[in-house]
Ligand binder design. Structure first.
Ligand code: PEP
Length: 252
């Protein structure tokens, strides 16, 4: 059975003190009122080691938002997958559209990052999704297929099992526009079908596919009720404990 997950992506928000305070609040709330799904918070690099010290990782997993495409060495300012792992984190988001768009991360670069993350025993939340222009040209299926083929379909079935897919239509990220639950289900089912074509039905059935893009407590229940939507990757609504908990509780 595939895992249901709600993951937060804090992006470049919150200084160290504010981030620790939010993680503590979530830790207390979710330790008292256990979630019905896996919960992960993905934070800026600087928060990881401090948060890992107190986080109840049986209840909340911890992840980074990125890692380097090189193993180690003279890459000033970069943070390697091994370094992420050494903080106590278990996850890393790769392929977010903001990294693809603003930092020119190509499928080849992402392929390297995925391999290094897996080599260092990190679970990868791999983001895919089309732009508004591509959606309007009805190219969403070919876009997500190419993104999977470009960076993760080279993996063995065993390694692919360590990948969580996050479908995030770029036009829905931070815009307040959510894909309708039917739109999201349609493409999630398509993503699962191409995973089945590549790795077989069992692997496809076991793959967690998250939806991301203006997901909040008010629309999460309808999205999560769809058979191929296994949870969410949450940006803005992961920055306040009550908002994030509202989405987590959609699984109750
Ligand atoms: C994201 O960037 O991963 C995201 C889903 O953002 P938001 O929830 O703010 O749309």
């Amino acid at each position: 059975m595939r895992k249901k997950i709600v993951a937060g992506n804090w992006k470049m928000n919150m200084n160290l003190q504010d981030g620790i305070a939010l993680a503590k609040e979530l830790n207390e709330t979710l330790t008292q009122d256990k979630p019905n799904c896996g919960v992960v918070i993905c934070t800026p690099f600087i928060h990881l080691a401090s948060i890992a010290q107190f986080l109840n990782q049986d209840v909340i997993g911890l992840g980074a938002e990125n890692c380097a495409d090189k193993e180690k060495g003279a890459y000033t300012g970069e943070v390697s997958a091994e370094m992420v792992k050494s903080t106590g984190a278990q996850y890393v988001i790769l392929g977010h559209s903001e990294r693809r768009g603003y930092y020119n991360e190509t499928p080849e670069i992402l392929k390297e990052k995925v391999l290094l993350a897996l080599k260092n025993d990190l679970k990868v939340i791999f983001c895919i999704g089309e732009s508004l222009e591509e959606r309007e040209a009805n190219k969403q299926n070919e876009v997500v297929k190419a993104e999977l083929e470009g960076s993760v379909f080279n993996l063995s079935a065993e390694d692919f099992g360590k990948i969580i897919i996050a479908y995030e239509p770029i036009w829905a990220i931070g815009t307040g526009k959510t894909a309708t639950s039917d739109q999201a289900e349609e493409i999630h089912a398509y993503i699962r079908s191409i995973i089945a074509d590549k790795y077989g039905k069992q692997v496809a059935d076991d793959t967690t596919i998250l939806y991301g893009g203006s997901c909040k407590a008010s629309n999460a229940p309808e999205l999560f009720a769809k058979p191929d939507i296994d949870g969410g990757l949450i940006g803005g609504a992961s920055l306040k404990a009550a908002d994030f908990k509202g989405i987590i509780d959609a699984w109750k």
